[in-house]
Design a protein around this ligand. Sequence first.
Ligand code: BYC
Length: 337
Amino acid sequence: MYTQAMDSMPTEAKPTLRSAEELQLQQRFDARIDDGQFIEAKDWMPEHYRKTLVRQISQHAHSEIVGMLPEGNWISRAPTLKRKAILLAKVQDEAGHGLYLYSAAETLGTSRDEMFEALHSGRAKYSSIFNYPTLTWADIGTVGWLVDGAAIMNQVPICRCSYAPYARAMVRICREESFHQRQGFDALLTMMRGGTEAQKAMVQDAVNRWWWPSIMMFGPPDDQSPNSEQSMRWGIKRVSNDTLRQKFIDAAVDQAKVLGVTLPDPDLKWNEQRQSHDFGAIDWSEFFSVVGGDGPCNRERLAARVKAWEDGAWVRDAASAHAQKQAAKAVAPRQAA
Ligand code: BYC
């Protein structure tokens, strides 16, 4: 129900015989990609490259704004004024990330209205992780530590994405994500070092629930990832799903030791030969079920976004009426002259 494939975007032109000029443009594009150069919005690009970018960037933008929901849920219940101010700033940052990313996608010729329509109709994807509930305050710290930690691991390589407007947006986003990860880790450390036994148990419970969904965030295994090969060839994706997942797991094991929590995987152990951690089997049926619309909170998240859009209609109407008035005023004196 909530799946989005390529059909959520304008349909690609049917393959036709290509002109000599087009072949030359294609060769020039390929050479620039091979040379590691950036592609700008006004440059010629193959339709499939454009569609792949719109797919990924719009999904990414949707993830940022849907990602505000599980955390926004705790702003009024944060335990202290300091934690509330930090959480407010973080949730506002996510809105900003969504805006940078919608703008980057718009440079490819897809309107924001089209992207919102795809989200609100349930055709668009957004990150699986935001379909899980935030049940306790420890979930908020755990989202910061694990979810933002996974996001940084995935997003730093996108700062070198071949499409320059996306790469530029990602540089700003990654700076903020690192504050997000640290605030989550700090909130958990406070509970683990100075908290009561009940608070420590609450942290462990949150880590138990978020660990597996966090490592699923990187996407399906490389051999089941239909988009990876082409995206890597185009320099949209720089590092594979499995490589990033492994790097994240290796980093998280050490961080878990500092926190004093256990990661809920009995098969997690250091492999001297690989100089990495082995880990247990991931339940991919859960991932595909969540991505397909049947996660614990899919319906709730989508309903909240649709309601926010409908409730905001009067603001959009007022803003466009104001813009029309301003435009009319700007024209009127010229006509009078
Ligand atoms: N959830 O061929 P694959 C954040 C889909 S924001 C849902 O490997 P690709 C944060 C995938 O779209 C986090 N769907 O695809 C925000 C594809 O379906 P379609 C979001 C997923 O694109 C607020 C199919 O599975 N980050 O962290 O090469 C607060 C096959 O996959 C997921 C981004 O969006 C998933 N987890 O690689 C706190 C980063 N994984 O489209 C934190 C940008 C895969 O063919 N995106 N799918 O129907 C990417 O880096 C890549 O798109 C992905 C997937 C690695 C996610």
